[in-house]
Design a protein around this ligand. Structure first.
Ligand code: AMP
Ligand code: MG
Length: 318
C-alpha cells in the first residue's frame, strides 16, 4: 500500500495537471483533474483513446456532486445511498463547468465514488474530482495490478500508486439516469437485479442508442464492440471444443478441453470470483504468446451478465 507521503505527492501531481494511475476496487484508473481540460487531454494522449469516448469522473464526497451534476434525480439518491462508495457509475445531466473534453461533448456526465481506500485518500488529498478511465491503451485489457499498468503505459504515466490487485476486477456498472427511463449502459460490478430492486425496471442499452448522442459519437465507450481485448486471438467455446490446430491456452470453467496437449487455466466457479480473476488470467494467457486463447463460456445467467459482456467484447473483431 502507498505511504501517506506517496499519496500526497500523487495528489500534488494531479493538482498541477499531471496524470496518475491509481487502484480502485474495479480496475486501475488513469486519473487527471476533471476540471482542467489540458490535464484531461493528457489522458486521451497516453491511452491513445479517441476523443469520442467520455470519461467517468471520480469523487470522494457527496459535496462534489453539486459541482458536476445539474440535476440529481431521486433514483440517484436511492442508488447511491445503497451502493456508494462502490462499483456503480451514474450518468446524469452535467453542470456547464464540466469541460467538454471530459464528456466528449455530451450534455451528461458519468459520476462514481470508488470504495478503494487508496482512491478515496487520493481524491481527498487532491481535493478535486478525477476524470479516470482504465489505465491501459485503448481497446486493450484493463489493468488489475500496478504491474499491468507499467507494462501497458510504461513511462507515459507520471506516477503509479500500487494498491495491490483489484478486488472486483471488472469495470463498474454504468447506469444512465439522464433520460426518461433508467438505461443500463454497461453491466458491471453491481448487478442489474440489485439496481432494479431499488428503482424498478431498467431499459437495455439498445434503447439508449441514438438518444442524446452527437453524430458519430458512442453514447458510451463500453459500447465499442472490441474492447478489453488481449493481443492473442481469442475465441469463446462451449463444451470444451477448442481449435484442432495450433498451440493454445484454455480458460476452463466447467468443461474440460476435448483434445489433449492444451495448456489449461482453471477459472473460479462463482461469478464474482471469476470476474475478479478474469483480466489477470487473460494477461497471463496473453504473455504465453500462444496461437489462440479459448474461453469456456460460463452459463448465460443473470449473475454472469458482466462477465459475458467482457468476454464477448474481448472476442470481437469489430
Ligand atoms: P472506461 O473507459 O472503462 O472508464 O469506461 C467509461 C464508461 O463510462 C463507458 O462505458 C461509458 O458507459 C461511461 N460514460 C462516461 N461518460 C458518459 C456519458 N456522459 N454518457 C454515457 N456514458 C458515459
Ligand atoms: Mg477501459
Amino acid at each position: 500500500m502507498p505511504t501517506p507521503d506517496e499519496i500526497k505527492l500523487a495528489a500534488e501531481l494531479l493538482r498541477s495537471g499531471r496524470v496518475v494511475a491509481f487502484p480502485t476496487e474495479t480496475v486501475y484508473g488513469l486519473g487527471a483533474n476533471a476540471l482542467d481540460p489540458g490535464a484531461v487531454s493528457r489522458i486521451y494522449a497516453v491511452k491513445r483513446r479517441p476523443p469520442t469516448s467520455p470519461l467517468i469522473v471520480h469523487i470522494a464526497s457527496t459535496e462534489m456532486i453539486a459541482l458536476l451534476a445539474a440535476d440529481w434525480p431521486e433514483a440517484a439518491e436511492r442508488l447511491t445511498r445503497m451502493f456508494w462508495p462502490g462499483p456503480l457509475t451514474l450518468v446524469v445531466r452535467k453542470q456547464p463547468g464540466v469541460p467538454e473534453i471530459v464528456t466528449a461533448g455530451l450534455p451528461t456526465v458519468a459520476l462514481r465514488m470508488p470504495a478503494h481506500p487508496v482512491a478515496r485518500a487520493l481524491i481527498w488529498a487532491a481535493r478535486i474530482p478525477l476524470a479516470a478511465p482504465s489505465a491501459n491503451r485503448f481497446t486493450e485489457l484493463s489493468p488489475t495490478t500496478a504491474d499491468h499498468v507499467r507494462r501497458s503505459l510504461g513511462n507515459d504515466v507520471d506516477y503509479i500508486l500500487d494498491g495491490g490487485p483489484c478486488e472486483v476486477g471488472i469495470e463498474s456498472t454504468v447506469l444512465s439516469l439522464a433520460g426518461p427511463q433508467p438505461v443500463l449502459l454497461r453491466p458491471g460490478g453491481i448487478s442489474r437485479q440489485a439496481l432494479e430492486s431499488l428503482i424498478g425496471p431498467i431499459a437495455s442499452v439498445q434503447a439508449a442508442l441514438g438518444h442524446e448522442v452527437p453524430a458519430g459519437a458512442h453514447p458510451s465507450p463500453g459500447m465499442h464492440a472490441r474492447h478489453y481485448s488481449p493481443l492473442t486471438f481469442l475465441l469463446l467455446v462451449s463444451n470444451g471444443k477448442v481449435p484442432e490446430q495450433g498451440r493454445g491456452i484454455y480458460l476452463q470453467h466447467a468443461h474440460a478441453a476435448t483434445r489433449p496437449n492444451v495448456t489449461t487455466i482453471q477459472m473460479p466457479t462463482a461469478a464474482a470470483d471469476y470476474a475478479a480473476a478474469l483480466y489477470e488470467k487473460l494477461h497471463q494467457a496473453d504473455e504465453a504468446n500462444a496461437d489462440w486463447i479459448a474461453v469456456d463460456l460460463p452459463p448465460n445467467e443473470p449473475e454472469w451478465e458482466a462477465v459475458q459482456d467482457r468476454l464477448h467484447r474481448a472476442a470481437s473483431n469489430d
